[in-house]
Design a protein around this ligand. Structure first.
Ligand SMILES: Cc1cc2nc3c(=O)[nH]c(=O)nc-3n(C[C@H](O)[C@H](O)[C@H](O)COP(=O)(O)OP(=O)(O)OC[C@H]3O[C@@H](n4cnc5c(N)ncnc54)[C@H](O)[C@@H]3O)c2cc1C
Length: 417
């Protein structure tokens, strides 16, 4: 199992029986998207005895470097779905983070200072492992049927469900779904098909991801620098992943050229400045990202439910994609039972309120976090404010700095949404 290269795995396309029949097959739940959220949702519904059909337009799992940090609450949910132990066994567990200003450590936090927790505050694990483990659990689940290279190209709400048009390499067919769950990612074609939008903010900044393979004995902690000597005026984030892979995020600023900045002659000097000339490493993955914090007003449109990035996207600094998304909803469409599982102050998967009313929003109930040192004062007190979770959050940084980066609880904090 451990030797599978999940980035290379391909799932076979199978011609669906519907192409050879005029009948429109009926399914209790159709899930669009076999990403971490679609797969977790399928497993969750199967545990409740509800069968699902999962459609994905691709035939591969996540490749490259995407999500790496997964929070304790997500692990609780994956435990319930029977995959948590595998994630923890492979992942790098961590509880401690350090924040540096220039070359001075100004703050250290421990997210789990008490003994007795079953799971760590976070694990770091490449997204392709997460999806691989979920997919294997789904494949063993008789109540879930997954179809690869089946692209949802149209959805039509009807009184008792949704008519779904699916394109395949052999042609198109139609399905009747009693409920449709859109887990089709940040650009969510289903959202567009229904004329819905996400609202929020896109940030004018660019970040370089450099994943390297390196043997090093740094502790498994989250290290974050503001204005370090090796990358002046910008921020840098360091995380350890399994397989001796290290993720470094370099803030570059909006004016950085995304084509030039991924070239080894640009990346390697940045890494050398951080790790020193003697460090031995190889590049695993290099890419540039920007980010947005966006959310739909309502995660339910009739019998179409939105989950994961389709419903809400948060900054990668929050490390809160699947981390938040897997706990977005827990629902039993068959019985119209709705509940929220999770601590993130996102408006959870709630029935659409009557028009004109304000959707309920839960606020953060996390008590002030433990600190082993005082909150930082530099660069100046006006840069810090206390949000609902009691953790200092940078609110007025110079434009080149990220607003999301300084909070030890960003995945739980209203100020980061
Ligand atoms: C650089 C970076 C770092 C990140 N770091 C973290 C982190 O540390 N922790 C964290 O929790 N999150 C992180 N994230 C976010 C995380 O990657 C996403 O939140 C997560 O992938 C969302 O999962 P999803 O299942 O909602 O959507 P996706 O993973 O986007 O999956 C959507 C699926 O839908 C399929 N699809 C799309 N359209 C159709 C269609 N028409 N028909 C059929 N199928 C379709 C796609 O092929 C895809 O398989 C990071 C993201 C980035 C880019």
């Amino acid at each position: 199992m451990g030797d599978i290269n999940y980035q290379q795995v391909e799932f076979a396309y199978a011609r669906p029986a519907e192409l050879d029949s005029d009948a429109v097959a009926r399914h209790p739940v159709v899930i669009v998207g076999a990403g971490p959220v679609g797969l977790s949702t399928a497993l969750d519904l199967a545990r409740q005895g509800i069968s699902t059909l999962v459609l994905d337009d691709d035939c591969r799992l996540s490749t490259g470097s995407r999500a790496i940090c997964f929070a304790k609450r997500t692990l609780d949910i994956w435990d319930r779905l029977g995959v948590g132990q595998r994630m923890v066994d492979k992942g790098v567990s961590w509880n401690v983070g350090k924040v540096f200003f220039r070359d001075e450590e100004i703050w250290r936090f421990d997210l789990l200072p008490e003994a007795g927790h079953r799971r760590p505050a976070f694990i770091n694990l490449q997204q392709y492992y997460v999806e691989g483990y979920l997919q294997e659990a789904v494949a063993a689940e008789p109540l879930v049927q997954t179809r690869w290279r089946h692209r949802v190209s149209a959805v039509e709400p009807v009184a008792d469900g949704v008519i779904v048009t699916v394109d395949t390499p052999d042609g198109a067919y139609r399905l009747h779904a009693d409920h449709l769950i859109a887990c089709d990612g940040a650009r969510s074609p289903v959202r567009k098909m229904l004329g819905q939008e996400s609202h929020g903010r896109s940030f004018r900044d660019r970040f370089l991801i450099a994943d390297i393979r390196m043997t090093a004995d740094f502790p498994p902690e989250r290290w974050f620098w503001f204005d370090p000597p090796f990358h002046p005026n910008q921020s840098v984030l360091l995380h350890r992943q399994p397989d001796n892979v290290w993720r470094v995020d370099f803030q570059l600023g909006w004016d950085a050229d995304p084509v030039e900045e991924v070239k080894p002659e640009r990346v390697l000097p940045r890494l050398r400045a951080l790790f020193g000339d003697a460090a031995e490493f190889t590049l695993e993955w290099v890419s540039i990202y920007t980010f947005s914090c966006l959310r739909m007003d309502h995660f339910r449109q009739g019998r179409v439910l939105f989950a994961g990035d389709a419903a809400h996207g948060v900054s990668p600094f929050a490390r809160a994609g699947p981390t938040a998304a897997c706990r977005t909803p827990r629902t039993s469409p068959g019985s119209s039972r709705w509940c929220c599982a999770g601590t993130r102050p996102t408006p959870c998967w709630i029935p659409t309120p009557p028009s004109g009313s304000t959707p309920p929003t839960r606020t953060c109930s996390i008590p002030p976090g433990p600190r082993t040192s005082s909150p930082p004062r530099a660069p100046s007190a006006r840069h810090f404010a206390t949000p609902c979770c009691g953790s200092p959050v940078i609110t007025a940084l110079p434009a080149a700095w990220s607003t999301a980066a300084g909070c030890p609880y960003p995945q739980r904090c209203m100020d980061h949404r």
